[in-house]
Design a protein around this ligand. Structure first.
Ligand SMILES: Cc1cc2nc3c(=O)[nH]c(=O)nc-3n(C[C@H](O)[C@H](O)[C@H](O)COP(=O)(O)OP(=O)(O)OC[C@H]3O[C@@H](n4cnc5c(N)ncnc54)[C@H](O)[C@@H]3O)c2cc1C
Length: 320
């Protein structure tokens, strides 16, 4: 019996994949139904669709805003309209609900158990050992009915300290900021009136050690499988859950599953690690090094993966 702890993006997707393929699986989450976990809901339409297809979910069922222009403001460059490569907003909670139906058991995972447990508990990382050198940033978001920015809007703070965003939804906006300095994060949001204010920390560095431990395997943000540049974690959570699903579908042996899974996610974890190094260098002002220029290319790719593109020259002038 597979036990999935956490019915966020990664856990819900993995549950749907396993259940539809005939596996014996349960999913646990103590949160109350429709609990609003902070998330901008922005993702890349082109990259999320194949995962939705795997569970027969139509993009239209969850789409909030698509095809909207993207405006970027950064350090050392003027406001720029970026190319939209698929940036959209989705209703993340509805997507998770479509993936799991009413199967979530509203409690923690019962333990101790010898059955395999998937730690999909996001920032909590509840079932894996505590991470050494875990790097987190503050993130705060308001759900607003109006915004100064009708389109997607990003303002990147100087020296890699974080960013402010305003993302369009069907009937309003997600306006938020994430960064290393809580006061700076708050200062960008003070002026906005909102229906809700939500906040939590966000993991900004992959956790390369203890991705698996005994009978527990981590997916999504619990192992830091999230872009350290943009805090983009929806598609990465789905990628890691799909990687684990494919390994489970291949063999019954838990050790083999863990080994195959580590191999599958290693390349992307290494990329996250390099980008996290670039962000750390910017924050500590250790600027121009060849490795940073190479990582700046990775940063450009991260933006494209999220769904927008600006020129490499602008990236360099911002980051270096
Ligand atoms: C303010 C903010 C804005 C963000 N905006 C975006 C964005 O616009 N686009 C994007 O791609 N990413 C965004 N992210 C990141 C993204 O939301 C996460 O990285 C992604 O949801 C991680 O998915 P996950 O499944 O790993 O964890 P989550 O989706 O966080 O789910 C974890 C689940 O585990 C449950 N849980 C916790 N403890 C236990 C336990 N002991 N037992 C069982 N269940 C437990 C929680 O209740 C939760 O449901 C944002 C994050 C923040 C904080």
């Amino acid at each position: 019996m597979w036990n999935i702890a956490g019915s966020g993006v990664a856990g819900s997707y993995l549950y749907g994949r396993l259940k539809n393929s005939g596996f014996d699986v349960r999913i646990f989450d103590p949160k109350v139904e429709n609990f609003y976990i902070p998330c901008g809901f922005a993702t890349n339409e082109n990259l999320i669709k194949p995962f939705l297809d795997n569970l027969n979910i139509g993009f239209d069922q969850i789409c909030e805003a698509s095809g909207t222009p993207v405006e970027i403001v950064g350090n050392n460059f003027e406001p720029t309209e970026a190319r939209n490569f698929g940036l959209c907003t989705i209703n993340k909670m509805k997507m998770e609900q479509l993936m799991v139906g009413d199967s979530v058991i509203h409690s923690k995972c019962p333990g101790p158990t010898d059955d395999p447990v998937v730690d999909a508990t996001g920032i909590s990382r509840f079932y894996l050992p505590p991470a050494v050198g875990d790097k987190k940033m503050y993130a705060m978001e308001k759900v607003c009915s109006t915004s100064d920015h009708k389109n997607f809007y990003f303002y990147f703070f100087p020296k890699g300290r974080g960013y402010f965003w305003s993302f369009p939804l069907k009937g309003g906006y997600h306006i938020g900021a994430g960064g290393i300095d809580l006061e700076e994060v708050r200062s960008y949001l003070n002026k906005y009136e909102s229906e809700r204010i939500l906040s939590r920390k966000i993991r900004m560095k992959p956790i390369m050690k203890d991705i698996t431990s005994r009978n527990v395997i981590g997916v999504g943000e619990s192992i830091g499988y999230i872009s350290p540049l943009l805090g983009e974690g929806i598609v990465p959570a789905l990628e890691s859950a799909e990687a684990l699903f494919q390994c489970i579908a291949k063999t019954d042996d838990l050790i083999e599953i863990s080994e195959l899974y580590l191999l599958k996610i290693r390349k992307r974890m290494d990329e996250f690690n390099r980008i996290s190094g670039l962000v750390e260098n910017m924050q500590s002002e250790k600027a121009i090094a060849l490795s940073n220029i190479l990582s700046a290319r990775l940063a450009l790719n991260e933006m494209k993966k999220f769904g927008f593109g600006i020129s490499f020259r602008k990236i360099l002038s911002h980051f270096l």
